[in-house]
Design a protein around this ligand. Structure first.
Ligand SMILES: Nc1nc2c(c(=O)[nH]1)N[C@H]1C(S)=C(S)[C@@H](COP(=O)(O)O)O[C@H]1N2
Ligand SMILES: [Mo]
Length: 322
């Protein structure tokens, strides 16, 4: 972002595997059938070769109202979702995370819950993520660098998780931190950001039904480059809010510091809502390159989720609170 501004033209055609070559599709179709994710018959070609090297399938995923059908847009191919990534803990290049996160072991994993909660503590991944709560959700994902994807996530509503922590009345914000371990995350040996990566939401944003703690994509466990084992997804905000590999969640009274705001306060605000009419100081946000497509699309206010979230910002000047 500050370091290197990637253009969609940086994605070589060899990185964007045609849909017909998506080898995880058999698996996803199975999950989709279980989860009741609807596809028009024949809209997806059968897999052309056997499954290899993909994540473990997640069982018992529930359907959600955010389906591919209701969104009406094509999913971004699994190979693009998993090889064109920003995850500076593994390097600043788009291919670095998929190259250097391969040895990262995301489990066992635990998350520290502290701050303004009645039930603080260290929660194991298994404690935190009940398989019964897992949902399939297809969301648009818009990076501040003006590329976008459509990703079928598997996750738990953040609101359900927070309720279990027993938020106190004076908790107004939620702060998140990524693992800080240069042994396991070699990109942290370079000081491109002030580690650990930090993000935050206002309490009402965190409790909004759209906010998801994702543990999978395409019906399978998250690959490490996508933020295994657990990461945030807030689809109405620029991608950098969607913090990966979370080890700490703190409920706070004050607005928490966030990594990109610390790195470039004039370029990245706390709110970071997708806003096509507010340019980044160095480029327009009016359009986006959907990865896998040739022509640019217009960017939608709140990334198309205004109906769900615009009311959160009633009376706020979103040019001031960017
Ligand atoms: N810890 C951490 N989280 C992060 C980042 C990062 O560098 N470190 N990059 C962010 C940015 S800029 C984007 S666009 C998304 C990319 O998520 P994806 O790889 O699943 O598409 O992760 C976000 N979360
Ligand atoms: Mo991003």
């Amino acid at each position: 972002m500050l370091i290197k501004i990637a253009k969609a033209s940086d994605v070589k055609s060899s990185e964007i595997t045609p849909k017909s070559l998506f080898d995880g599709r058999r698996n996803f179709l199975k999950t989709a059938a279980i989860a009741g994710v609807g596809f028009a018959a024949g809209s997806i070609a059968p897999p052309s070769f056997a499954m290899t090297g993909h994540g473990k399938q997640i069982d018992g995923i529930q359907p959600s109202k955010w389906t591919q059908e209701s969104l009406g847009e094509a999913l971004t191919d699994y190979p693009a979702v998993t090889t064109y990534n920003n995850f500076y803990e593994f390097g600043t290049g788009k291919q670095d995370p998929s190259s250097y996160a391969t040895d990262f072991k995301p489990k066992p994993w635990s998350v520290v819950i502290d701050g303004e909660v009645d039930n603080p503590g260290t929660y194991s991944y298994e404690d935190l993520v009940s398989p019964h709560q897992l949902e399939d959700r297809v969301y648009r994902f818009r990076c501040v660098e003006a590329w976008s994807m459509v990703i079928p996530w598997v996750g738990v509503p953040l609101a359900d998780m927070i309720k279990r922590f027993g938020p106190k009345n004076d908790a107004r914000y939620v702060a998140f931190e990524t693992l800080n371990d240069p042994e396991r995350m070699p990109g942290q040996r370079s000081r491109v950001l002030d580690w650990p990566y930090r993000e935050g939401l206002r309490m009402d944003e965190a409790m909004n039904p759209l906010s998801l703690m994702a543990v999978g994509i395409y019906g399978e466990e998250l690959p490490s480059q996508n933020g295994a084992p657990i990461r945030l997804v807030t689809p109405w905000k620029y991608g950098f809010k969607s913090i990966k590999s979370i080890v700490r969640i703190t409920l706070t009274k004050e607005q928490p510091a966030t990594s990109w705001n610390m790195a470039g306060p004039g370029e990245y605000g706390f709110y970071s809502n997708v806003n096509p009419s507010k340019s980044h100081p160095r480029w327009s946000q009016a359009k986006e390159r959907r990865i896998g497509e040739f022509l640019k699309r217009p960017t939608l206010p709140f990334n198309g989720y205004g109906e769900e979230v615009a009311a959160l910002y009633d009376g706020m000047d979103l040019n001031e609170f960017y």
